[in-house]
Design a protein around this ligand. Structure first.
Ligand code: GKR
Ligand code: MG
Length: 425
């Protein structure tokens, strides 16, 4: 049997936009549309592979440039793809295009550009060989992946738009009502509250109200690093009896290390350990217990497997971080979680926050029931591109007129007094 090959003949990168509710966070509020970039890699034998990542224009420009460097490369050689991506970035200043609205700016440039191509190449490999991506990554250890319900403080609707189906959630009772809807609809067994929005004691009260309303559900809070050490220790100690883990109470490795010494809870992060070179100092400082992996900035699925190996070696636990995303990213997250034995917690997802009809994949494959998603078993990622939907969502991007995620400016357009502050409390 000859060695499989799949020569890349073209790479298309298409920015798309989808409706997003006014979700509040530590840097402002989500805009009416979230942006993503859809990567379609085509091969000489007529296969295509899909990738999805941030839609900020700087990132899109980098993806397009990297795509040009990949033509002629074999989709079975991801090491070569990584080399070509690095070459495409040789003269890059590294500024901008982080895709997180300024919340996390220290991810590796090469890894976040490589990620979408790693996923697309694996999708192609799976289609050529007739196996799911999970098989290429060493084989699924679970056939369903568990997700947590991701709660946000939010307004009833974007100013000037109709209210959305979720309603307002601006205090403990609003958060409990939102959680009730999420749990009824999706069956989540774990809930995470996006904090860093209101004074910490109010957010702690929301967690306590959730505990009372849902005695058996696992709870987490994530203020995205805007608490100082003193606040983080005080609130952390208050919530010791109710939390599964405390996520990014402070921003730096040093501050989180101090908090961890004084709070008897696992400390999780997707902000102070976001690249391979963060691991040695974080491990040395004993700053965190749980790394929230995210293939979009850890270099794709292959390099996320490497992270899982390092985590196992150094006795770190793993969970999974999410940003607003569509179905291609969701499929990739699910394939990765299905093969990662040491994911010890339900993974995060923003999936419930988007309208089901807002997607670029043929619907019907991915759905959350009982808090879990069945791992697709069709070749590759297991999802197919809907070309008409891609065109429609690209038009939505053009009509939205947004070129990058900017929660802060949007918030300031509504409340001119709003200022960024880290730490805020
Ligand atoms: O969607 O506003 C948001 C979140 O705050 C997101 O951007 C974070 O990256 O979910 C993320 C987190 O866990 O920090
Ligand atoms: Mg987080």
């Amino acid at each position: 049997m000859s060695t499989p090959r799949a020569l890349i003949t073209s790479v298309e990168v298409t920015p798309v936009a989808f409706a997003d509710p006014p979700l509040l966070n530590s840097v402002g509020v989500h805009e009416p549309y979230a942006l993503r970039a859809i990567v379609v890699v085509r091969t000489d034998a007529g296969h295509y592979g899909l990738g999805e990542t941030y839609g900020d224009e700087t990132h899109v420009a980098r993806l397009k440039r990297a795509g040009e460097f990949l033509v002629g490369t074999d989709a079975f050689n991801i090491n070569k793809i990584a080399e070509r991506v690095a070459e495409s970035l040789a003269d890059d200043s590294g500024q901008g295009g982080h895709g997180t609205g300024g919340m996390v700016t220290t991810t590796s440039l090469e890894d976040r550009v490589l990620s979408a191509f790693d996923v697309a190449a694996l999708d192609i490999q799976g289609k050529v060989l007739g196996v799911p991506v999970s098989t290429l990554l060493g084989g699924a250890v679970r056939d369903e992946v568990e997700f947590s319900g991701y709660l946000f403080y939010k307004w009833a609707g974007h100013p000037g738009y109709a209210d959305d189906q979720w309603g307002a959630a601006l205090d403990p009772s609003g958060i409990v009502a939102q959680a009730r809807k999420m749990v009824d609809q999706y069956g989540f067994k774990a809930l995470k509250l996006k904090g860093g929005v209101f004074p910490p004691d109010e957010e702690a009260a929301a967690i306590e109200a959730l505990r009372e309303a849902f005695p058996d559900i696992l709870l987490r809070i994530d203020p995205n690093g805007v608490w100082n050490v003193e606040t983080a220790v005080r609130i952390g100690q208050r919530l010791e009896p109710v939390l599964e883990y405390l996520e990014d109470p402070c921003l730096s490795i040093e501050d989180n290390a101090q908090v961890r010494k004084q709070v008897n809870l696992p400390l999780a992060t997707n902000m102070c350990v976001v690249a391979f070179n963060d691991l040695p100092p974080a491990i040395k400082a004993e700053a965190v217990d749980v790394v929230l992996s995210d293939h979009h900035f850890w270099g794709g699925l292959n390099r996320s497997r490497l992270l899982a190996g390092i985590a196992q070696t150094f006795d770190l636990r793993l969970s999974m971080h999410s940003n607003s995303h569509l179905g291609i990213s969701f499929a990739a997250m699910i394939q990765l979680a299905s093969v990662t034995k040491n994911i010890d917690y339900a993974c995060d997802t923003h999936w419930p926050w988007k309208k089901p009809e807002d997607d670029v994949i043929v619907p019907g494959v991915l759905s959350i029931a009982e808090g879990k998603v069945k791992v697709p078993t069709a070749p590759g990622l297991g999802v197919e591109l809907d070309e008409a939907a891609l065109a429609r969502m690209h038009q939505q991007y053009l009509d939205a007129g947004l070129t990058k995620r900017d929660d802060t400016s949007y918030m300031q357009s509504i409340n001119p007094e709003y200022e960024l502050q880290v730490p805020r409390w």
